[in-house]
Every structure is written in C-alpha cells, then in structure tokens.
Design a protein around this ligand. Structure first.
Ligand code: SF4
Length: 715
C-alpha cells in the first residue's frame, strides 16, 4: 500500500475559492486507489488571523513591542474593542452565512474605519448604484484591508491577502533571498501557519507532503512549511511542484534547496507523483522518477524519464474538493474592475477544458513550455460529466474554466451539451478574440450560462499584434468583443504596453483604440500590464529577433523566468503606466471618454493618429456569409401558438422574458414543426433537402432574419 499523501496550497492565493491544482491531483490519485488528502493553508491562516483570538494576539503583540507605529496603525489599535466585537460576524457575513448583517454594515458606524475607507470618496459613483449586499461586502472588504495594513506594519511585512513575500520570490535567481527570509525570527503568521500545518499532519498522518506552488507569492510559505516538516516530522518526504516550479525552476541547481525539499517535479503532476509514490514504496528506483529533481551525492539531478507517458487530461478524472472547507471561503469584493470582481467574489468550481493552448504562438507567452505547448482538448461529454459531478459534490453551479485560451469549437460543444442536458450553470473563461467567435456563437454561449469572457487585445496595434503573433487584428477584436457584448456577455481585455519596439505614438494609439472601444460599449473591463520578458517565451529565447537585449539577472542556481531587457528602439515604456491606468479606471465607469489624451498623462504625449471613428467603422462591416456547411441550433423557446391568416401564419414562441412572434408561410411552419429545435445540430445542407424552397435565400430574407433574431443560430 502506497504512503498517504497530503497536498498543500501554501499561503496565500485566493480567499474566495480553492486553487484547483490540489483538487485535480487529489481526485486523480484517489481514483487510482491512493490515500490522498488536501489542505489550503492560505485559507486556514487567513481564518486564524481574522478571528477574535487572532486579533487579540495581534493587539497583545502591539502592547508588548517598543516600536513607533503609524497614525493609521494607532487608529486601528485604539479601535481594538470595535474590531474584536465585529470580526466574527464580519467573517461569517463574507462567508455568506449572515446576510442580514449587511443592514448593520451599510449604516456606517458599525464597522471601525481606518485609511482604506478613504477610497470610498473616489468610488462614490459606484457605491450609489449598488445593492445593499454588495455595498456591505465592499465595506467589509475595506475593513479587512485595514487590518491587513496593520498586520503588514507590525506583524509580518511579507503579508498580502493573495500573496506572501512575492517580491522575494519574483526573479529569485539565487536561493539566498529565500534562505535569508527563512532565517528571520518567525512571526505570528508563521506560528499560525505551523499550527495549521500540525493540525493537518495529525488529522491525515501523511508520509508524503506535496507542496503545490502556483505563484511567486506562495514560495516563501512553501519553504516555511518544508522547514517545519523537516524539523518536526523528518520522516515525511516533501515534493514541490506547481506553476511556479514549471516556469521558474527548470534549471534548478542549488543543492541547498534540498535541505528543505526531497523532490521537485515539473509540469503536469499526475505521472511524476505516481512514479515518485512507486519509488517511495520501494517499487522503483530514482531512475524511474519522471521530470523530477532530487539530490544525489550532493548534486542536483534531474530525471526526465520520457518512457513513462503523461496522463491525458481526459483520464485525470474529476477534480475533488474533498477535505476543503468550502463554506469557509470569503467572498470579498473589489469595485473597480468588474472582471477582478469575478475573481474575488463567489466560490467557483474550477475546471480545465483542454490541456495547453490551441493557438500556442504568441511571442510573449511561455509557448515553449508544456502547459501551453501541448494542446489536448477533452471531449465535451466528459467535461459536462465532470461539471455535473462537481455540482453534486460542492452544491455550487458556478464554473471558472481556467484555460489560458479556451478553443471556440470546444466551448461551442460544451455549450450544446449543457443546453441538451438542461443544466443550469454559470461560467466564465479566457479566450482569444478570434474570428470563429461569431454573434450566434456568443448567443449560444450566453444561453449555456456564460456571463463573462476575457481575452487579449494586448498592444492594440496591428503592427505589434503581428509581431507578437497573436493572430488577431484590432478590427477583429472589436467585432468579437462587440458580438459578445450584444449577446449580454461581459468582456474584459488584457492590455499590454511596452512590447519590444513599441513607440510613444503606438502606445498613445493603443490608448485611443481602448478609449474608442469603451466609448462604443464593446468593452466593459480591462487591465494594462507592462510587457514582461520571460525566459521561455519566443522573445526571451531570441531577444535579438525582437530587437531587444537581455541585461540580467544572472542565473544563480534557483529561479529563472522574468528577464530584464533593454529596448533601444522603443519608447520609455515605464512612464506610461500611471496615465494608462488612470484613464482606464475612469473609462470603466464611463467617465472621461471624450477627454483629450493630454488630460491623463503628466508629460507631453503625441496626439492619437487614428481617426475618431476607427472602431465604429470596424463594427459596421458586413457580417459573415451563411454557407450550407454551417450547422444550426435553436435557442428561441417552444413554438407555443399560431394564428393563421390565409397562406401565412403567425407563429409564437414562448420565452422567459416575453413572447416572440414571426409571420411565416404555412409550408415553412410545417417544416419548422418537424425540425425545431435542431437537437442533433444539423448542417444546413442536411436541412436543405427537405426545406420548401431555397434555405440560404430564406435565411437571408426578412422572415429568415426574424427567425434568426428569435433564436435560429447558425454556427
Ligand atoms: S498568449 Fe494566450 S493565446 Fe497566445 S499562446 Fe499564450 S495562451 Fe495561447
């Protein structure tokens, strides 16, 4: 019998929902007959911190220390009785357990307020339109953020709600900064982390601990866990994997890392962990380990073992959230960015539709790594089976498909399957704004429960989009975003500035594209990121081809990902950040859309070179032609009534909002009665044979267009 394994997500990732990696691994290993458990120590530590006992310890610590504190920290300290009185009900409110508390919270005066509440002045516009639950959730979030500021100032400077000591692990080419941080005297947070860990160890008695580290903000927490386990439970073996290892630790060479860890695995965890379990069980040797670093005679050795195949995503089984206290996650609420709000509010079941990216070409993306390059979709039936199983397990109908770029054909198939099974779900995901996303597909996705999509408009410049091999143009992004918006799906754009060779004029032109898209109402949310050159992207691998030069950091045995670079032909990119962020913040509220560009930047900038009608002209271009090879599907409701008048008949469809009607010739009605709702998703060529007349001509006629508006989708 293989040793029991405990997968841990170290602090801190998300407060509102578990990170999916441990759920996938636990689900898979259990399916294979292993004893596997999981824990989210980020949540556990957060709940200890934001408890009456936790705050008492913090205030007690403040009583003991001889340290000058800021005015804000002093204010929080002086309101400690209010915090101690309110913390338990506020946490329960954020866990959706005490909704009526909203009435007290919104009255103001119930919650103690410190510096974070000053932001309310800037957000008065949004606040006025919100419902009472949302208002209260936002005020409770500010209250926690105030306490977070206090923790950072007097308890642990590394603390952040969704990251811990991120600055240390980002670009940690040497292991030294991690070692230095581990040598610091343990803070109250570290003591709580250790206490939570000890509880899990006594609960599950693991012989192996798998640390799943998605981001730099989980790295120090992972090593703190490992240090504790090595000291107090030296027999437990520790393996580290996850997104951070997959991207940053591929050249790991520092033996000191293995004072804390026994193994580090790369890429998908299922097969490497299975091999590792076999090794620990005495059924295999170190040579059988797969994509695993370990220490051999004081040297770091990487065992590839390509003879053992990875487990296809279709066979990894349904992720399980067993062991995780799903009712204790906190739905905090950010106001500014609608998409970020989805990220932090509500508990989403997380599911991957396909391994890797079907496009896999963008030159700024980690396309040389397995998690992007190995594209392997899962059949829609299997995915929807998984969705049903997860609903069964969690009672939760919301899904976040965590793909980097969900393929349109697979999304279509999943949507059809959801509709056929009459399943009620809500979902959102990332996409690429490609031409296969038509208005009708957008309507199908909406009908299946899609509420939001995010995708890359990136540099919003055709020259640079071509250089980054994004495979889209500004016109195409505008049209696709427009179609989603018309279908009632919120659209968030990832925006980028500072791509190699991007000039000042191009940056301002991309600002103008974004402004016009908000003006036209085709975007509702966005975020500007500055281009980062990563070691595994085409730009990082071949900087000269992109006219940039790598200037560091020098790799020193630990992590390698973000590279410093110089862009001699580009603008001074750093200076654009504040103006881009400020203007976007306003555009998302519909403010300042007619202001000239100079209003947003505190240095002289060029005038946009785009015509003011650029985006509206893109949107008025002709829709794509219907072909007999297209397939169709009906989402227009049941045919509920008819009114005859000679050769023509009015047909009425029942719809949740209102009845929809259309006049058609009698023979068309007879045909529709036979074929709706196109349940087997036929091609138009198959329907043409039995159609009374020319089907394509009919679909382009006034009557056909009316039926298409009601719900005859051409896909
Ligand atoms: S940026 Fe997105 S679309 Fe482009 S290769 Fe990466 S995952 Fe795929």
């Amino acid at each position: 019998m293989a040793a029991p394994i405990l997968f841990i997500t170290p602090p801190f990732t998300q407060l509102n929902t578990p990170y999916p990696a441990t759920a996938y691994l636990t689900g898979y290993l259990r399916q294979q007959g292993y004893v596997a458990h999981q824990a989210d120590l980020g949540l556990e530590v957060t709940l200890r911190l934001f408890s009456k006992q936790g705050l008492e310890q913090i205030f007690h610590h403040l009583d003991q220390i001889d340290q000058t504190i800021s005015e804000n920290a002093f204010r929080i300290y002086s309101l400690k009785d209010h915090y101690l009185r309110t913390i338990t009900p506020v946490i329960q409110f954020l866990q959706n357990k005490k909704p009526t508390l909203a009435h007290l919270i919104v009255e103001r005066g119930f919650l103690p307020e410190a510096s974070r509440f000053q932001s309310l002045q800037d957000l008065a516009w949004a606040f006025g339109h919100m419902g009472i639950q949302d208002k209260a959730r936002h005020l409770a979030t500010l209250y926690l953020e105030d306490l977070g500021d206090l923790v950072r100032e007097v308890i642990d400077p590394h603390f952040g709600f969704t990251r811990y000591a991120e600055r240390i692990a980002r670009a940690a080419s040497s292991f030294d900064p991690i070692l230095e941080a581990l040598d610091e005297p343990p803070t109250l947070l570290v003591h709580w982390l250790e206490a939570c860990l000890e509880e899990k160890i006594s609960q599950f008695a693991p012989e192996v601990i798998g640390l799943s580290v998605p981001f730099p903000g989980n790295v120090l927490g992972a090593f703190q866990i490992a240090a504790y386990v090595k000291k107090h439970h030296p027999k437990i073996k520790i393996v580290l994997g996850g997104g951070y290892a997959n991207t940053e630790l591929r050249r790991l060479a520092d033996p000191r890392v293995f004072h804390y860890l026994d193994f580090v695995t790369l890429d998908d965890g299922e097969a490497p962990i299975q091999q590792l379990m076999a090794y620990l069980d005495g059924q295999a040797t170190t040579k059988d380990l797969k994509r695993t670093f370990h220490l051999s005679q004081d040297r770091v050795v990487y065992q590839v073992n390509s003879k053992v195949q990875d487990i296809p995503l279709a066979e990894t089984g349904t992720p399980t959230y067993a062991d995780l206290p799903l009712d204790q996650y906190l739905s905090v609420m950010e106001l500014v960015n609608p998409m970020h709000r989805l990220w932090s509010d509500g508990r989403w079941n997380k599911l991957t539709l396909a391994h890797g990216c079907y496009w896999g070409k963008c030159s700024f993306c980690d396309v040389s790594l397995d998690y992007i390059s190995r594209y392997e979709p899962v059949q829609a039936e299997i995915l929807v089976n998984r969705m049903e199983e997860m609903i069964q397990e969690t009672g939760e109908y919301g899904f976040h498909f965590v793909d980097e770029a969900a393929p349109p054909a697979l999304l279509r198939d999943v949507a059809l399957e959801i509709i056929r099974r009459n399943l009620t779900v809500v979902w959102w995901t990332n996409i690429r704004f490609e031409k296969n996303f038509t208005y009708d597909l957008a309507r199908l996705l909406k009908r299946s429960g899609c509420i939001a999509l995010s995708g890359g408009l990136e540099v919003a410049s055709d020259r640079l989009l071509a250089r980054m091999k994004k495979g889209v143009t500004v016109a195409q992004v505008a049209r696709v975003a427009h179609d989603f918006t018309r279908a009632g799906i919120m659209v968030h754009a990832y925006l980028m500035y500072g791509f190699p060779t991007q000039t000042e004029q191009e940056t301002i032109d991309s600002w103008e594209v974004v402004r016009q898209m908000f003006l036209e109402g085709v975007l509702q949310s966005g975020f500007w990121h500055q281009f980062a050159m990563t070691a595994h992207s085409p730009v990082g691998l071949e900087p000269a081809a992109y006219e940039v030069e790598t200037i560091g950091p020098v790799f020193d045995g630990f992590a390698e990902n973000d590279l410093f670079h110089e862009d001699p032909n580009g603008a001074n990119h750093d200076q654009f950040g504040p103006g881009l962020h400020r203007s976007l913040f306003n555009f998302m509220q519909g403010v300042g859309l007619e202001e000239p560009v100079s209003v947003w930047f505190d240095f002289p900038v060029p005038t946009p070179s785009h015509p003011p009608q650029l985006i509206s002209e893109f949107l008025s271009e002709e829709p794509t032609k219907i072909k007999l090879t297209d397939r169709c599907f009906w989402i227009g409701g049941n045919l509920s009534d008819t009114n005859e008048d000679g050769e023509w008949v009015e047909i009425i469809f029942s719809h949740p909002l209102q009845e929809e009607s259309c006049w058609v010739p009698v023979d068309i009605l007879e045909w529709l009665e036979l074929h709706l709702p196109f349940a087997n998703y036929p091609r138009l060529s198959e329907l043409q044979d039995h159609f009374p007349g020319d089907l394509l001509g009919f679909l382009n006629s006034e009557t056909g267009s009316r039926l298409r508006e009601i719900g005859w989708l051409i896909l």
